[in-house]
Design a protein around this ligand. Sequence first.
Ligand code: ATP
Ligand code: MG
Ligand code: FE
Length: 340
Amino acid sequence: MAILTIESTCDETAAAVIADDGQVMGSALATQTELHEQFRGVVPEVAARAHVERILPVIEMALAEAGIPPEQLRAIAVAQTPGLAGSLLIGLTAAKTLAIAWQKPLIAINHLYAHIYACQLGRETSIYPCVGLIVSGGHTSLYDCRGPLELRYLGGTIDDAAGEAFDKVAAMLGLDFPGGPAVSRAALEGDPKAFSFPRSLLNKPNFDFSFSGLKTAVRYELVGPGEKDFSQLDLSAQQVADICASFQQAVIDVLVAKSRRAVTDSRAERLCVGGGVAANRVLRAALQQAADEDGFELIVAPPELCTDNAVMGAIALEKLAIEDFAPLSIDIQPGLQRGR
Ligand code: ATP
Ligand code: MG
Ligand code: FE
């Protein structure tokens, strides 16, 4: 027996078939990067429309790979919060429709809890309790995770998410979208100390982050205040590399400092990291160094499970075990529900 998981919170349409024991039997993912590239960001209406076109083929592919008929499914699980309203709606509507047609219970997944759960996949022992760090295009937050379904919000960004800052800096420099991989590639050749960019809220005794001042500092380094045209920049490859490396280091310094403080404060034994920015190698290395120094365990989700996917929807098995099903009347919740 297995469950079907559906993910459509942002710009990835994904489905997976996961066996009772956690084994991934089938998985399919359609990315929309090429649709949003020209806008250098995810356009909600474009994303929703693309989900409509892709969701059924993606579900069919996952089921075909698993090679099981719908009768053998025990439940239909779907990421229902948080995310873009139009995107969430497509996934939830598909899940409800299949739940009715195949007479299966519905399970609602919190997408952020699933990002942390990505660290659990393939592990014999429980990663919980732990401190969870989610760093993606839409989120940068720390949680005290007592169990897979029991997360307490410690703090998060008060403006831009870390991934969003990478994307915006890449746009200013004319680098590819999404910006994270492009900026980190350019940073390889750069000097992280070339520019001293701000580390906002670094010494504030809370777990909040702010990246919009950093983004503005990079901008003023490139053009004057009020100037919006970045097309006339005449930067050498070395200058671009130095800006990328210095910017990346500023983001990493704050992420590492706040995460290790959260681990200490919560007396946690491990830090579990998920979300697209967790794919960043320099961040991983810096977190590992902090873990070695402070004596906690670091678990970062495998790179392919850092960005949005349906495999991390395996967290639905935890809800299946306690029969925590959602009523068919359940609606999407685009906003972040911190207490749940
Ligand atoms: P959500 O925030 O809802 O989880 P999302 O699609 O914005 O959705 P992800 O798919 O988890 O988030 O991650 C995408 C983000 O990760 C982008 O902002 C991208 O620039 C960033 N990213 C990807 N690879 C790297 C990297 N190597 N270094 C830094 N950032 C990266
Ligand atoms: Mg994405
Ligand atoms: Fe996500």
